[in-house]
Design a protein around this ligand. Structure first.
Ligand SMILES: [Zn+2]
Length: 607
C-alpha cells in the first residue's frame, strides 16, 4: 500500500528495525565473506560424514549435529538478512537481486547437506535407538527421532527418486494446471469480465443483490469448467491413493498427521468435538438472519456485514504499544519483558511505506540473533491485535530458541499459533472491556466469531468433505462432478444445520479450493491451532496464575518434543474430547454474549 495524504499520522512512521545484528548494510563485505566461508564449511562437512551417518557413534553424532547447527545458523543469518531487507522495499532492484542470489545459494547448500537426513533414516533400528536414548544426545533426541518417523513408509532409493522425478509431470503438473486454469478464468459479473478473486470479494458487500449476482457468477464459471476441475480432482485423489498404497499408509490422512506430528487419536478427538458442536455456528447465523431482517439466510449472505455501527477507534503507535505490553504483563511479566525488547531494541518494522510488502509476519531468524516483527500499522483495532499476534510469535520463537537452539525453533503448524493467538485473545478481551458502545461491541464480537468460524468450523467441515471424497474415490472409482458436489453439500449443510439455506448452485463450490489439491489433509491443522489456544485460554481462566509459568514452559519447549507430550506436561490430554469441548465453550460463550447484546440493542427484532 502506498502512503497517501489522507493517511493519519500514527507515530509509527519512524519505527524501523535495525538489521545490524546480521550485517552493516547491503555492501558489507562480511556478507560475501560469510557466504564463501560457509561453502567451504559445508564441503568439509560432507567430506567428513557422507556415507557414514548410519554408523556414527554417539560422540561423532554430537559433533556432527553441532556442526550442522552452526551451518544452519550461518545460512539463516544470510537468508534472514536478505529477505528482511527485501520485505521493506520490494521495488529496490539491489534487494531483489540479493534475495535471488541468496535463494539460489541456499538451495545449493541444502542439496549438499541433505544426505545427512537420508542416511540417518538408513541406520538400523537398534543402533538408531541407542543414539536416540543416549544421555549425551538428550538435547537432540526429538530431532533424531522425529526425522525417523517416515522410515516405515520410505521406499527404496530408486523408487524415491522415481517418485520425485515423476511428480514433476504428475502431481505438480496437475496442481499447476489447476492454478493456471483458475487464474485465467474470467467471470461474467453484470457484463464485466472479472477474476475469481474479484468476484469472491463481492460476497462481503453490504448490498444483497451484489452478493447474489456474485454468487451466480461464480457458480456459472465453475460449472463451465466442471469437466476440467472434476478431472483434476479425480486424478490427484487417485495419484495420492496409489502413493499411499505403495508406501503402506493405512489411511488417506496418515501422512498428513505424521507431518503435523499429531497422532490419529488426537485428530479424531478434535474432529469429533468440532462436528458435535456445529450448533454454535447455527446459533450465530440464526442471529445474523434476524439482525439482517431476512426470511432466509442463504449461502451468499454468510459474509454480509452486520447492519450495525463499526468502531472507528484510532490507536497511535504509543497507545498500541501500551495496550499490547499491558495485556502481556497482566498475563506474564516474562512475556511482557521479551515483548518490550522488540520495541526498545528496534526489532520491529511498523510504518506503511511505498514498496513495502503488505500484511504482517514474524521472522524467527536464528537463535544467535533474535526474531523480528513486521507490520503495516495504520492504527485500527485490528492492527493492534495483529501487533499482539506477531509479538506472540516473537516471544514464542525467542523462548524456544533460547532453550533449544535452532532445532527447537520451528514447531509444526498445529502448535505454531499458540502464543500468537493467545496474545491476540488477551488484547481482544482488553479492547472489548474498554469499549462502552454496545453496538461497537456487537460488531467486534461478530467479526471475532466469524474469524473463528473460518479457522475452526469451516476447516473441519472441509476436512469432512476431504474424508468423504478420498474414501469415495478409493472405493467407488472415478467420481462425477455431480457426485463430488453431493459430498460437498452434505458435509457443508451439516455444519450450518437449518441456519443457512445452501442453494442448489452451491454444489459447485468445492472446485476452486486449492488446499484440497496442493496439500491434501492440511485444513484441519488451522482448526487444531485455533482451538488449542481457546482451550488453553479456558484453562487459564480456570486455573489463573498457576497456569502462567506452565504455559511459558510449553512455549519454551518449542519443537523439542511431540506436541502432545509437551502439552501432557501441563496436564492437557489432546486425545480427550473434553479438552477440545472446553475450548469450544469459549466460542459458545461469545455467541451467547452476542445474542444478549443484540436483544438489548434491538428488542423489536426479537419480539
Ligand atoms: Zn500467526
Amino acid at each position: 500500500m502506498v502512503a497517501n495524504a489522507t493517511q493519519k499520522v500514527t507515530g509509527a512512521e519512524n519505527v524501523l528495525w535495525d538489521l545490524s545484528v546480521f550485517y552493516a548494510g547491503i555492501d558489507d563485505p562480511a556478507l560475501q565473506r560469510d557466504m564463501d566461508n560457509l561453502r567451504d564449511v559445508v564441503e568439509s562437512f560432507a567430506a567428513r560424514y557422507k556415507g557414514r551417518v548410519a554408523q556414527l557413534d554417539t560422540e561423532e553424532m554430537v559433533d556432527a549435529i553441532k556442526e550442522l547447527e552452526s551451518i544452519y545458523d550461518s545460512q539463516g543469518r544470510i537468508g534472514s538478512y536478505a529477505s528482511l531487507l527485501f520485505s521493506t522495499d520490494t521495488n529496490n532492484p539491489q534487494y531483489g537481486a540479493l534475495v535471488q542470489k541468496v535463494t539460489e545459494y541456499g538451495a545449493q547448500i541444502n542439496q549438499k547437506i541433505l544426505f545427512f537426513e537420508l542416511e540417518w533414516n538408513l541406520a538400523d533400528d537398534a543402533h538408531a535407538q541407542q543414539l536416540i536414548s543416549h544421555p549425551t544426545l538428550a538435547e537432540y533426541r526429538h530431532m533424531l527421532e522425529a526425522e525417523r518417523r517416515y522410515k516405515p513408509y520410505q521406499l527404496s532409493e530408486v523408487e524415491e527418486q522415481l517418485l520425485v522425478e515423476k511428480s514433476v509431470t504428475g502431481r505438480n503438473a496437475w496442481t499447476r494446471f489447476f492454478t493456471q486454469l483458475l487464474g485465467a478464468l474470467r467471470l461474467d459479473y453484470r457484463g464485466e469480465q472479472l477474476t475469481l478473486t474479484q468476484v469472491l470479494t463481492k460476497l462481503h458487500d453490504a448490498d444483497r443483490d451484489t452478493r447474489r449476482d456474485a454468487a451466480a457468477s461464480i457458480t456459472a464459471a465453475l460449472k463451465g469448467k466442471a469437466m476440467e476441475l472434476s478431472y483434476i480432482f479425480n486424478v490427484l485423489a487417485a495419484d495420492k491413493a496409489s502413493d499411499d498404497k505403495r508406501r503402506g499408509y493405512p489411511t488417506w490422512i496418515t501422512s498428513r498427521n505424521l507431518s503435523n506430528k499429531a497422532p490419529d487419536a488426537v485428530v479424531d478427538a478434535l474432529i469429533n468435538a468440532v462436528t458435535s458442536n456445529y450448533e454454535i455456528v447455527a446459533r450465530h447465523y440464526r442471529l445474523k438472519r434476524v439482525l439482517l431482517g431476512y426470511d432466509d439466510l442463504t449461502d451468499y449472505d454468510r459474509y454480509a456485514p452486520l447492519p450495525v455501527k463499526e468502531g472507528d477507534s484510532f490507536y497511535t503507535w504509543d497507545e498500541a504499544r501500551e495496550i499490547v505490553l499491558k495485556a502481556f504483563s497482566v498475563f506474564s511479566p516474562r512475556m511482557a519483558e521479551i515483548a518490550a525488547r522488540f520495541f526498545d531494541e528496534n526489532w520491529i518494522h511498523a510504518p506503511v511505506l511505498p514498496g513495502k510488502r503488505g500484511g504482517a509476519f514474524c521472522a524467527f531468524t536464528v537463535p544467535s540473533a533474535h526474531p523480528f516483527v513486521f507490520v503495516n500499522y495504520e492504527g485500527t483495532a485490528r492492527d493492534v491485535m495483529t501487533l499482539a499476534h506477531e509479538l506472540g510469535h516473537g516471544i514464542h520463537a525467542y523462548l524456544a530458541g533460547e532453550a533449544h537452539g535452532i532445532f527447537g525453533l520451528n514447531t509444526p503448524l498445529t502448535t505454531a499459533e499458540m502464543a500468537s493467538t493467545f496474545g491476540e485473545m488477551l488484547v481482544f478481551n482488553d479492547l472489548m472491556s474498554k469499549e462502552s458502545d454496545p453496538e461497537v461491541r456487537l460488531a467486534m464480537l461478530a467479526h471475532k466469531l466469524e474469524d473463528t468460524f473460518a479457522t475452526v468450523f469451516r476447516q473441519v467441515s472441509m476436512n469432512r468433505f476431504e474424508d468423504a471424497f478420498h474414501t469415495a474415490r478409493r472405493t467407488q472409482g472415478e467420481l462425477t462432478a455431480e457426485r463430488i458436489g453431493e459430498l460437498w453439500m452434505g458435509t457443508q449443510q451439516q455444519m450450518f444445520g437449518d441456519s443457512v439455506a445452501l442453494g442448489e448452485h452451491y454444489k459447485a463450490w468445492w472446485s476452486y479450493i486449492p488446499h484440497f489439491l496442493s496439500t491434501p489433509g492440511y485444513v484441519y491443522a488451522y482448526a487444531f491451532g485455533e482451538l488449542l489456544v481457546l482451550a488453553l485460554f479456558n484453562i487459564y481462566q480456570q486455573r489463573g496464575a498457576e497456569f502462567v509459568p506452565q504455559f511459558v514452559d510449553v512455549l519454551a519447549a518449542g519443537d523439542s518434543d511431540w506436541p502432545d507430550q509437551i502439552l501432557a506436561k501441563v496436564g492437557v490430554d489432546l486425545t480427550d474430547l473434553n479438552f477440545w469441548n472446553e475450548g469450544l465453550s469459549i466460542v459458545r460463550g461469545m455467541v451467547e454474549q452476542e445474542e444478549a447484546l443484540a436483544r438489548q440493542l434491538y428488542p423489536a427484532k426479537f419480539a
